[in-house]
Write a new protein. Sequence first.
Length: 157
Amino acid sequence: MAQKNVQTVIVNTLASSDYGLIDEDTHLPRPNYWAALLWKRLMGTKVLDPGITANASLRVYAQCMKDVPGGVTLIALNIDQNSEHTVEVPLSGMLYSLSAPELLSKIVLLNGTPLELTSDGSIPKLAGKPVMPGELSLPPRTITFIALPHAKNSGCR
């Protein structure tokens, strides 16, 4: 939708619905909360051409990186249930890959580590892991953000 210049989309509520970001009974983040949080922290508002053609089970989007002049963030959604896909990473950056043990799990993993609130109820540090230039394998059923702060994209000022 952003590629078609849609300015605002509102689909989630914070709580009190079947698709809220926070579970209304436990007040714990639901899986889509973590994806929305990473989006908010990494994706700017300017949409770019990712240079990768979508197919039936892989979608790749690119936007200027939030608060990083020249930086670019890619998001790759491998919606295939069984197969990996690969993308070419043009330069080093940080990887934030969301997955789950099962498709309908309430547990979300960031780079293989479960995401959960800290003992005082705070949001944990959402640490990326370094990614180097080259071919990157995207496991099935993953949402992967690739932050490229040193992209030097002239459109991202």
